[in-house]
Each structure stands twice: as structure tokens, then as C-alpha cells.
Design a protein around this ligand. Structure first.
Ligand code: RBF
Length: 372
């Protein structure tokens, strides 16, 4: 008996030694920010989750915001653990940080889901002040903050396709298309994504059609003034622009009015847009903010959000796309123009046409968010 106990004791000690050797080690502490793909932590599956959606603007005419709010509400219907409240902060950007701080400090939410490049830096500030609150931010790029997760769409790629499509329409046989090699863009305001990815992407796409193409731009200065947007669009049309892009939120309606009155065309950004003005909006390039939001909320509910990292998505993984079978495109744009577009689009999809986000731009966004 004594012998048996001795053997059992030995086995017990051996088991202890083996299990202590195979235990996963505690996260290594490092001053290096994690790479965008290495998750820093995994949380347990929550039994309930309160998500506050903070809209920095208004719902209704802004594709990234509408997709965020709609997807969050849809997810709440599908999973009873999720409770969602949406707050529209309005257009006064000077108030956003205060509004966001009190939204976070209200104690009503576990996670705040928001969107746009300016909200990333604000999230960094708020997590320092409000204990426990976490942020998911679309259209923002931040790494190394363990209560923030960001999703960034390859807007350079999307904008290249946008510019390519506009330039093809401008050189087409469509009524109203003139011989001038000019396309236009009305945009809301300056920000890194606009200045370093969207505008250069549109230019690169148009110049890939013909190096003589020129992109004429006009800044609205806000995201709501449709009357002013109409007048800016008219000025561009006077200068020879026959195909326009609009990234100006509620201002986009003014671009449609001008194009419609003057017999020129609009290509829509982020969503289909054909129903906004049939025969005027004749093409679009899509960004699936909705899919990304649903996927992130699903990960959140599964406790698998890789906090502290940033996810970059593009056409290769199905987040940027073109509705090639939409009647608004097929019935308005001549076949040879559509074929020419499809050829280039296939190159982007297959990776033959590489349109990566320059790492310097990502670094700039992260640095701005960290306040460096
Ligand atoms: N996009 C909109 O569609 N509507 C807006 O109200 C809006 N407001 C913005 C405010 C700021 C400070 C910044 C940086 C961007 C804003 N955007 C807005 C742009 C948005 O993040 C995105 O880049 C474009 O909608 C193109 O997808």
C-alpha cells in the first residue's frame, strides 16, 4: 500500500510538472504596438452587450453612417443579447468630443460603435477618461490601443475604380458627354482619407483611361448644404465636366440637381444610388460598410474582436464591388464602355492591378490618432 501511494505521488508530481510546462504563458509585455494582424486579447462570450452607435452627422444621406446604424439594428434583431441605441450627433464638429465623452460616460454602453477618421482620435481620448469603455471605429486606422478596434476600407482602390468609371463615361458616346477630358468631384471637407487616398485614387483611375484626364474638385465645406453643392457642380460643368462624383453627404442631392438640369452624369460612391435619379446616376462603386459592421458585431458577440488591431479590407475580399448587372448601368451605358470597365475591374479583383494603401498614409492616420 505504501509502495502504491508512493507511485501515485510520483505520478501526481510528474503531471504537475508537465501541465505547468504546457500552460500558455501570460501575454508578453512589450512596448512595441502590435502588428495589425496580431490580436492582443480575447474576451469571454458576453451574455449581454450594450452597443451605443454614435453618428457624427445625420442619418439619411451618408452611406457609411446609414450602413452602420442599419446593420447594428439588424444584428440586434438577430441576437437577443445585443441592445443597440443610436445617437445622431449632428453636423457641429466642435461639439463631437463633448457629446462622445458624455455618451461614453453615461454608463449605458459596453461598446461604442462609430465611424469616420476624426472619430478615431476622439476614441483614443475618451478611453483615457472613461474606464472600461471600448470602441469600434469604421473608416479609421488605429493600432496598439487595447480598447479600440478599427476597420479601414481600401478607399484608394475604390476611388481608382470610381475615377476609371467616370473617365470612361466622359469619353463614351453617351448623349451629353463632351470631347473635353474633364471629370469632377464635389466633396465635403479636407481629411487624410480624402486628400491622400480618395482624390489621388480618382485621378489615377481617370489617367489610366487617358493620361490627359483632369479631375476638377470643389469643396463644399460641410456635409449638408445641397444648394451650395448644386452651385459648385454647375461651376464645374461650366468648365467642361460631363461626369461628376459626389462625396458630400446630404450635399449630394445638389450635385444630382445640377447634373440633371445640365444633361450630364453622376457616378455614385459607396452605395448603388441609381434610384436617386434614374438616367443621371448611371454607375456606382460600392463599399460594403454593412457587411463589415455585421462581421464586427458578430465577432464582438463571440468575444473574438482582436482589440488593439486594425482590419483593412478591399475588393479582393469582397468589401468593394461594382454592380455590373444593375439595370441603371446596363441600360444607360453603352456595351463597349461597360466592357472596357469590366476588363479593368477584373484586373483589380485578380490582384493584377495592385492598388494598395500606401503604408505612410496608415502611419499618418495612426500617429494623428495617438496625438503624436
Ligand atoms: N461622409 C458622409 O457621407 N456624410 C458625412 O456627414 C460625413 N462627415 C464626415 C466628417 C468628418 C470629420 C470626416 C473626416 C469625414 C466625414 N465623412 C462623411 C466622410 C466619410 O468618412 C467617408 O470618407 C466618405 O463618406 C466616403 O466613404
Amino acid at each position: 500500500m505504501k509502495k502504491l501511494l508512493g507511485v501515485l505521488g510520483l505520478v501526481f508530481i510528474l503531471v504537475l510538472i508537465i501541465t505547468s510546462c504546457t500552460q500558455p504563458s501570460v501575454q508578453p509585455s512589450s512596448s512595441e504596438p502590435p502588428s495589425p494582424t496580431s490580436p492582443t486579447s480575447e474576451s469571454p462570450k458576453p451574455s449581454s452587450l450594450r452597443v451605443g452607435v454614435f453618428i457624427p452627422g445625420r442619418l439619411g444621406d451618408s452611406p457609411p453612417y446609414d450602413a452602420l446604424a442599419n446593420s447594428a439594428k439588424k444584428m440586434a434583431l438577430r441576437d437577443s443579447r445585443l441592445k443597440v441605441e443610436v445617437f445622431e450627433a449632428g453636423f457641429d464638429q466642435s461639439k463631437w468630443i463633448e457629446q462622445l465623452t458624455s455618451f461614453a460616460a453615461s454608463g449605458k454602453f459596453d461598446v461604442i460603435y462609430t465611424s469616420n477618421e476624426a472619430l478615431g482620435p476622439m476614441a483614443v481620448q475618451v478611453v483615457k477618461q472613461v474606464p472600461g469603455i471600448k470602441f469600434i471605429v469604421n473608416d479609421s486606422y488605429i493600432v496598439g490601443n487595447d480598447r479600440i478596434f478599427t476597420t479601414f476600407f481600401n478607399k484608394y482602390q475604390e476611388s481608382y475604380l470610381y475615377g476609371y468609371m467616370m473617365a470612361l463615361i466622359s469619353t463614351s458616346t453617351m448623349p451629353g458627354a463632351n470631347p473635353e477630358k474633364k471629370i469632377g468631384l464635389i466633396y465635403g471637407q479636407h481629411y487624410t482619407m480624402m486628400d491622400d487616398l480618395i482624390i489621388p485614387g480618382i485621378e489615377a483611375g481617370a489617367k489610366a483611361v487617358d493620361p490627359e484626364f483632369e479631375l476638377k474638385t470643389a469643396m463644399l465645406g460641410n456635409w449638408y448644404d445641397a444648394k451650395k453643392a448644386e452651385s459648385l457642380a454647375n461651376t464645374l460643368i461650366d468648365e467642361g465636366v460631363d461626369c461628376l462624383g459626389a462625396i458630400a453627404g446630404s450635399g449630394n442631392a445638389g450635385v444630382i440637381s445640377a447634373a440633371s438640369n445640365r444633361g450630364v452624369y453622376v457616378v455614385w460612391y459607396d452605395t448603388e444610388g441609381f434610384d436617386k435619379a434614374p438616367g443621371v446616376v448611371v454607375g456606382s462603386v460600392l463599399c460594403f460598410n454593412n457587411d463589415a459592421t455585421m462581421a464586427n458585431l458578430e465577432d464582438l458577440l463571440n468575444g473574438t474582436i482582436p482589440w488593439g488591431t486594425a482590419k483593412i479590407v478591399g475588393a479582393e475580399d469582397g468589401y468593394i464591388s461594382v454592380p455590373l448587372n444593375a439595370p441603371g448601368w446596363v441600360n444607360n451605358v453603352p456595351e463597349e464602355t461597360r466592357k472596357a470597365f469590366q476588363e479593368e475591374y477584373n484586373k483589380v479583383l485578380s490582384g493584377e492591378r495592385k492598388l494598395e494603401i500606401p503604408p505612410a498614409v496608415l502611419e499618418k492616420l495612426n500617429k494623428a490618432a495617438q496625438g503624436d
